[in-house]
Design a protein around this ligand. Structure first.
Ligand SMILES: [Zn+2]
Ligand SMILES: [Zn+2]
Length: 179
């Protein structure tokens, strides 16, 4: 069955997976399955900043792509960057098979605030929908409540929902026809 596959890098917080699977199924309509964790590619680590190069994680996802994978979503606890940007919440191949999200900046503790698990889980869902939306060809949306709106910081993540606006949903559906 055509599925979206979730692939952890190393050890991640497993509690995020059940609510994430439900959300992704609701938004995109695909069965959601898990693959065993991949080791983080050591070459992706940049000691100077303590961050990981998201492009190299995407590359590794493609190497384990099942035949029935509609899309692959990697999940890491590590803080990610792409060259020229100080950090990214996630990184996706536009119209491509793979995306990755980082949990590092989605917890309140990162901002020296008390932990809030429901808020953390909600942020994970939003970022997962956002990055997978890019893999289905969606670009950034001007509606701040839409999951496809651009987030440069956590406030913008909190302003949006883990859902596509009607315009983005229509675009998603038209892209699915061509898969
Ligand atoms: Zn984006
Ligand atoms: Zn939208």
């Amino acid at each position: 069955m055509n599925s979206i596959y979730l692939i952890p890098f190393g050890t991640i917080d497993q509690d995020i997976l059940p609510p994430l699977e439900v959300t992704l199924w609701q938004v995109f309509g695909y069965d959601v399955q898990r693959l065993p964790a991949l080791a983080e590619p050591a070459s992706a680590f940049t000691p100077a900043t303590g961050q990981w190069n998201s492009s190299l994680l995407l590359r590794d996802l493609l190497s384990v792509r099942p035949e029935d994978a509609v899309r692959l979503l990697g999940i890491t606890e590590h803080d990610l960057f792409i060259p020229m940007l100080s950090f990214v919440f996630g990184h996706a191949q536009l119209n491509g098979p793979a995306a990755v999200i980082s949990l590092a900046r989605l917890r309140q503790e990162f901002y020296r605030l008390p932990g809030n698990i429901p808020l953390f889980h909600h942020r994970v869902m939003k970022e997962a929908v956002h990055e997978l939306g890019h893999t289905f060809g969606l670009i950034h949306c001007a509606d701040p409540r839409c999951a496809m709106s651009l987030s440069n910081g956590i406030r913008q993540v909190d302003a949006k929902e883990a859902e596509l606006c009607s315009d983005c949903y229509e675009l998603f559906q038209s892209s699915v026809v061509s898969i």
